[in-house]
Design a protein around this ligand. Structure first.
Ligand SMILES: [Zn+2]
Length: 226
């Protein structure tokens, strides 16, 4: 019970996740030092991309949550950029800003995977909060059904993470394509943009892999108890 065979794989996935985190920071720092030829800031590029897509109503604001807190808020129709991204004119700043615009475009075009992600969110949120308690309670009280409910809820959380992957990959692809179309990056600079965005995508892949492996582990435990 202390060590489950699946823990070995989970440990490897955890290593991958930590490595991906370091890579995100490393790539961001590396490409933060490389200025884009146009000299435009992340906020300016985001504005140009949004306007060109007919999304003039989407606002761009400072994110107050510090570095790498950049996100698109679909409720407020606002792209929030951290200070280095908002003000910076490096390849890294432009890559992150354009990626968040990618999410705004997805929202506007009702991109299927994004719609599904929003629908899954409430259940996934409950799942990730409740599942650990249900598992622990189920084991302590020896209630197998409780573990079963925990697994069902945890599955929703895992599915949410799986659906997040195409959403993130698509936003990055849109970011690169739209920036090239607009001419705010050169073909050489696209490599740097790809570097920054691919590292970020890898962190999502690693954490999803970890969640899937954990789910498999819980299912195996559940089946062996029945
Ligand atoms: Zn994203």
């Amino acid at each position: 019970m202390i060590f489950h065979p699946m823990d070995f794989l989970i440990f490897i996935a955890l290593g991958l996740a930590m490595w991906a985190q370091t890579k995100v920071k490393g790539n961001f720092e590396k490409w933060s030092k490389v200025q884009a030829t146009t000299g435009l800031t992340g906020a300016q590029v985001a504005r140009q991309l949004l306007d060109r897509e007919g999304l003039s109503h989407v606002k761009i604001e400072y994110s107050k949550s510090g570095a790498l807190s950049d996100h698109y808020d679909p409720t407020a129709k606002t792209v929030r950029l951290s200070e280095p991204v908002y003000q910076g004119n490096s390849i890294a700043s432009l890559a992150v800003a354009a990626h968040e615009v990618g999410h705004a475009i997805q929202d506007d075009s009702k991109y299927g995977m994004l719609v599904l992600r929003h629908k899954l969110f409430p259940l996934a949120n409950i799942g990730s909060q409740m599942a650990p308690m249900l598992f622990i309670g189920g084991f302590l009280l020896n209630l197998t059904n409780l573990i079963g409910i925990g697994i069902a809820l945890f599955s929703a959380a895992v599915l949410f993470q799986v659906v997040t992957l195409p959403v993130e990959f698509d936003a990055s692809k849109r970011a690169k394509d739209k920036m090239l179309e607009l001419g705010v990056i050169t073909n050489q600079e696209e490599k740097g943009v790809g570097n920054v965005l691919n590292a970020a995508a890898l962190t999502y892949v690693a954490s999803t892999l970890m969640a899937i492996l954990q789910l498999v582990k819980f299912i195996m435990i559940f089946r062996s108890r029945r």
